[in-house]
Design a binder for this molecule. Structure first.
Ligand SMILES: C[S@@+](CC[C@H](N)C(=O)[O-])C[C@H]1O[C@@H](n2cnc3c(N)ncnc32)[C@H](O)[C@@H]1O
Length: 373
């Protein structure tokens, strides 16, 4: 079977890397998605362990369609009896790009109608009451190529379940994990986020360092599928529990706002990780750890009124971070003037997006290091 792990632009390579670590080697990396082949065991592992994928889809059919009739007939021809009963609630999501069939809502209703007709014919029934568990079907059309898939996740994979309170402008958990996987972080590397907000980066880092499966404590749409062995999930969760480590970690999150640090403590407890937390302005950042990885997501200053404040903050960050010559510094921002304000060119820039906003991760290597990416 073929699966599609969708990802934010810039994080595809991290998804492929994690799949390889799970022993899933047959992968193809494309823009905003990674395809892989495997069975339900691989699907279950991917759902449980992928830290930076947004969703996981199971491909049911791929075909060419540039008319509603072709979309209807080819969807109807799929063997839906394999996946659905006449009582399954059917929810169809859709998207279309660069295609003749551009009206997504029309495509969604045609696909649903075709599935209903197919089920009526194969089960020899007059109606499909849709009273039982829901299956979410994704129809994606790109350059007239239609992919029909089942959504394995339900809620997006960023919903780990530990972040129950919100602060202004939090990172998604998937992007937080992505920043860590794009940095030079290893389980025993000290890590600091000096503007940690709701704690996403330190908590994700602690979960990575202790090998905690990111989706250990949540459920998935695929668990309701009648056609797969539901024990697969229980087994995969048990295996994941056995793989957890319980090391003492050198991970610190700090923020100027005491309310944020209160929430961080609650979130870390829910995630089952131990992190050091501090209320402190970045100007007072100090550490005994000689080297490590610093990752931060400062305010971007999108509002005109904030721009001067943010300029001042970015200059202050430079002064403070220069006191950490053996640390890799990673800063994500949407500010296009960042490097000129910070006053130093990055060793590496990675294009990402945060909540749909184009951003760059600026990476500065340790100043004493000879390496240059
Ligand atoms: C964009 S938010 C970070 C969100 C965080 N990454 C998350 O996922 O929740 C920026 C954070 O920087 C903090 N902040 C702003 N100025 C600061 C300063 N001078 N020192 C420390 N923290 C600061 C804010 O309180 C806010 O929590």
């Amino acid at each position: 079977m073929e699966f599609i792990a969708t990802a934010k632009i810039g994080l595809e390579s991290t998804v492929a890397f994690q799949l390889h670590k799970l022993g899933i080697l047959d992968t193809e990396t494309l823009d905003a998605r990674v395809k892989f082949s495997g069975g339900y065991t691989e699907m279950t592992k991917a759902l449980l362990w992928l830290r930076t994928a947004e969703r996981l889809l199971m491909t049911v059919a791929v075909f060419h369609a540039d008319s509603f009739e072709a979309l209807f007939e080819q969807t109807k021809a799929i063997d839906w009896k394999r996946y659905l009963t006449p009582k399954t609630r059917i929810h169809v999501n859709g998207k279309s790009a660069k295609s003749t069939l551009f009206s997504v809502s029309d495509c969604q209703s045609i696909v649903k109608k075709a599935i209903v007709e197919s089920l009526k014919a194969s089960y020899r029934v007059q109606t499909v009451p849709e009273t039982e568990e829901e299956v979410i079907i994704e129809v994606g059309i790109l350059r007239d190529e239609v992919t029909i898939a089942l959504d394995c996740c339900g809620a997006g994979l960023s919903r780990r379940g530990y972040r129950t309170y919100n602060v202004a402008a939090p990172l998604s958990e998937t992007l937080g994990a992505g920043l860590i996987l794009l940095s030079r972080f290893f389980p025993d590397t000290p890590l600091i986020d000096p503007m940690c907000g709701s704690g996403t980066i330190p908590i994700e880092a602690a979960m990575i360092a202790n090998n905690i499966a990111p989706s250990q404590n949540r459920s998935f749409a695929a668990e309701q599928w009648r056609f797969i062995d539901r024990n697969l999930f229980a087994t995969a969760r048990e295996e994941a529990l056995d793989l957890q480590r319980h090391e003492k970690l050198e991970i610190l999150g700090s923020d100027i706002d005491p309310h944020c640090i209160d929430l961080c403590k609650k979130h870390a407890k829910k995630a089952g990780v131990m992190v050091n937390w501090n209320v402190r302005p970045v100007s007072e950042l100090a550490t005994e750890w000689s080297h490590g990885v610093l990752i931060c997501n400062p305010p971007y200053g999108e509002r005109l009124s904030d721009k001067q404040e943010v300029k001042k903050l970015y200059r202050q960050m430079r002064t403070v971070f220069d006191r950490l010559p053996d640390w890799q510094i990673n800063i994500i921002t949407a500010s296009r003037e960042f490097e000129s304000i910070y006053g130093k060119p990055a060793n590496r820039r990675r294009k990402l997006s945060n909540g749909g906003m184009p951003c760059t991760l600026y990476q500065f290597n340790p100043q004493k290091s000879e390496t240059n990416d």
